[in-house]
Design a protein around this ligand. Structure first.
Ligand code: BG6
Length: 477
């Protein structure tokens, strides 16, 4: 029997970003406005993200970091050259829907937007970098929100389908790996940010969220179908904000709670990967009085068009407890009980490398399909020294431990893993807080929370470290 000694030869090492968090250029070449543009930094951000407070345009009193972000729109060639220097095999990026369909409901796409991504993908290919493309990373054209109510409306499925037809045909041969919706479960926690949903005062929010989720799930199955029809080489993945729940104690009630919390997340992947509404979800929806309107053919469509691989983000494990005296973790959109055994980042996100191995095993046991870790990393404050150099040993430590855990899952447990893209390989705007100060990158970007700075790019210590990791295929950690 041959023993695996490490990462597969064709393992896809790389980094990940999202259009709205790095591109800027929010009005360039006919781009339309989107939900992600109008979310300001500051105390109003959370209620807006949650869909509880309306923000459908810019105002004078707030700062909107996505407008310019790190200006990758104009600097992508330099940025991709730096990724290539690190030896990236893949680069995960997202398409801004409103660059291609500024309003979302047009019949004819915006050529300038299509061209922009075509150039970007070609730039990747020039260096042998495989683009991994998220079709929607939290963004929804504003017109679809104001005119149709976003994903609560079935019409969105049609508009998304149109987008998919256009991009799969246009980028055939340039892109093979696709993700349909970034962190699809985010719709439950950050419905405006995740899916453009804004709630009315008296409506049943759960009802709206699950109906919108159904539309996204149907859209995801349609995307998978079209992707395979257009090019049988295409590989389509779902994408979950993952991190398994641990019961706080062995008290059966805590264990049961942990299982239920996990299922709230698995719900999405169960449908995208196994092709059916799971029994526990049908019962739970019924209990909550949530009725999902379906069209004829929806269930067959879901059944026949399951994903090729399972991708997910992992930052931390989570804890479930039935005892309200325990503290919650700070600063996380997914608030969870604090784990007394773990350290935390400056933003209160707890650090648990073994949790990654646990999560990978749980997902692989459940779905038996290749996994792809498409986000992982440490958001931290970086202080450049007098030469502008950042010695980010804390980031290296975080990544090293997670890569070790991931390697154990592959070598010791036999989990099939296609690749690993660290989050925010270049510093970018935080999705949760809107800050620039919360940095994840191997590349420092000179810009602060208020939008000051030269936008100059500088390699951090982790840049050379990650370069070596990739060059040795994970041997030299
Ligand atoms: C994920 C998102 O939730 O986590 C990213 O897919 C996001 O868009 C990342 O940036 C890190 O979260 P934050 O809030 O630190 O930016």
């Amino acid at each position: 029997v041959l023993k695996d000694t490490g990462f597969p030869k064709d393992f896809l090492w790389g980094g990940a970003t999202a259009a709205n968090q790095c591109e800027g250029g929010y009005k360039e070449a006919g781009r339309g406005l989107a939900n992600v543009d109008v979310v300001p930094i500051g105390k109003d951000r959370l209620p807006i993200i949650a869909g509880l407070k309306k923000s459908l345009n810019f105002d004078e009193e707030h700062f909107y970091p996505a407008k310019e972000a790190i200006d990758m729109y104009h600097r992508y060639k330099d940025d991709i050259a730096l990724f290539a220097e690190m030896g990236f095999k893949t680069y995960r990026l997202s398409i801004a829907w409103s660059r291609i369909f500024p309003n979302g409901d047009e019949k004819v796409p915006n050529e300038a937007g299509l061209k922009f991504y075509e150039e970007m993908f070609k730039e990747c290919r020039k260096y042998g970098i495989e683009p991994l493309v998220t079709i929607t990373h939290f963004d929804c054209p504003m017109h679809l929100i104001t005119e149709y109510g976003s994903w609560r409306n079935r019409k969105l499925v049609e508009f998304y389908e149109n987008l998919c037809q256009v991009i799969f045909n246009r980028y055939k041969g340039l892109v093979r790996y696709w993700l349909t919706f970034n962190e699809i479960n985010m719709i439950l926690h950050a419905p405006f940010m995740g899916a453009g949903l804004v709630f009315e005062a008296d409506e049943n929010q759960e009802q709206v969220k699950y109906q919108a989720a159904h539309h996204e799930l149907v859209a995801s199955a349609i995307a998978t179908k079209i992707a395979h029809e257009v090019d049988p080489e295409n590989k389509v993945g779902c994408m979950l904000a993952a991190g398994n729940y641990y019961p706080y104690t062995c008290k059966p009630e805590d264990v049961w709670k942990g299982m239920q919390e996990d299922r709230e997340n698995y719900f999405f992947v169960d449908i995208q990967s196994r092709g059916e509404y799971p029994a526990y979800a049908r019962k739970e929806l019924e209990r909550k009085g949530i009725e999902i309107k379906m069209e004829e053919g929806d269930l067959t469509l879901l059944k026949n068009n399951t994903v090729d691989f399972i991708s997910f983000s992992y930052y931390s494990s989570r804890v479930a407890s039935t005892d309200s005296k325990h503290n919650e973790t700070e600063g996380n959109i997914f608030a969870s009980t604090k784990n007394p055994y773990l350290e935390a980042s400056e933003w209160g996100w707890q650090i648990d490398p073994l949790g990654l191995r646990i999560t990978m095993n749980a997902m692989y046991d459940r779905y038996q399909k290749p996994l792809f870790i498409v986000e992982n990393g440490l958001g931290a404050v970086d202080e450049p020294d007098e030469n502008g150099y950042v010695k980010d040993d804390y980031r290296i430590d975080y990544l090293r431990e997670h890569i070790k855990a991931m390697k154990e899952a592959i070598v010791e447990d036999g989990v099939e893993l296609l690749g690993y893209t660290t989050w925010g390989c270049i510093d970018l705007v935080s999705a949760g807080t809107g800050e620039m100060k919360k940095r994840y990158g191997f590349i420092y970007v000179d810009r602060d929370n208020e939008g000051n700075g030269t936008l100059k790019r500088t390699k951090k210590k982790s840049f050379d470290w990650y370069k070596k990791v990739i060059a040795t295929n994970g041997e030299n950690l």
